[in-house]
Design a protein around this ligand. Sequence first.
Ligand SMILES: *[C@@H]1O[C@H](CO)[C@@H](O)[C@H](O)[C@H]1NC(C)=O
Ligand SMILES: *[C@@H]1O[C@H](CO)[C@@H](O)[C@H](O)[C@H]1NC(C)=O
Length: 337
Amino acid sequence: MLAMACFQKQKTPFICLTILTLVFWLNWVPSVAELQRLEHHGKSDESLGFLVIGDWGRGGLYNQSEIAFQMGRIGKKLDIDFVISTGDNFYDNGLKGVNDPAFQESFTKIYSQKSLQKPWYSILGNHDYRGDAKAQLNPMLRKIDSRWICLRSFTLNTGSADFFFMDTTPFVDVYFTDPEERVYDWRGIYPREIYLNNLLKDLDSALRNSTAEWKIVVGHHAIRSISHHGDTLELIDQLLPVLEMNGVDFYVNGHDHCLQRISCPDNRIQFLTSGAGSKAWRGDDKKHDKCAVHFFYDGQGFMSMQLKSTEAKMVFYDVFGQPIHQWSVSRMLHSEM
Ligand SMILES: *[C@@H]1O[C@H](CO)[C@@H](O)[C@H](O)[C@H]1NC(C)=O
Ligand SMILES: *[C@@H]1O[C@H](CO)[C@@H](O)[C@H](O)[C@H]1NC(C)=O
């Protein structure tokens, strides 16, 4: 429309082109740095503890409140530094705006225990993109609940561990090619190719720069999964090579409503799914033809992780707060692998 009007009025298409190009760049091309940088200064002994929860915001239903209660208990026991949310924060369609009461009803009022009054480092899931995605990213929400730190993609430096939070929803083709009746809020994503390229380049650069003992990448979608959604092919093609090249230790995700730990023969990455914050029990449990599935649980739960410079320990818990799987690795062993 704008282009037509411009070309009809002007006899000199060159001026039109210049103006349009400028408008295009100013409005649509995201700035080159897609990764924002945050720092978290934790305990002085450099140990770090946190919980990971995904796919949760359902007004307390479907065991969300029960899980929240157990998170509070375990959070206190482990003296956690923060909580990580792997996305699909508010069902079914994200937030409607910054004043959507779902923010308090599914977040503030549910995760109310003292030990959970820590920063919640969060990313968006595909359901969050079905609402006003920018509302969740809006710092205004921190006036309602100061714990909420949700960005599209960012690095979090804690000293002994570096975290790399990645916005994985725009990687997945089907949301663009076959959205069905769903409307996604892609503001800030177009042109998609440029957005994704910049993001991957930034991640590669940030990983290369990282000197932390532990490198942990967090995304909403699984790279490896035997549950309902299975592997995400776009991430295997585009994201995984960057993680492999840069010695990433853990890839942590949600999206599939289960708890699982998977490792594969061609790299040292542990693939950890914590996407069981509310609805679960999908009944899917495929076999993996390439990777080893060390643990799979189809029900609700969450994960804790404790890091020291020489040791990492993760635990999965069920809705009763019972540890149902744990695994640890020491740095010495790790570097030999
Ligand atoms: C809540 O958790 C219990 C125990 O795992 C389970 O039996 C029940 O089905 C769960 N409820 C829902 C709605 O998933
Ligand atoms: C990595 O370090 C280089 C050189 O210090 C810097 O220019 C670049 O911005 C850093 N990249 C990221 C993503 O932090």
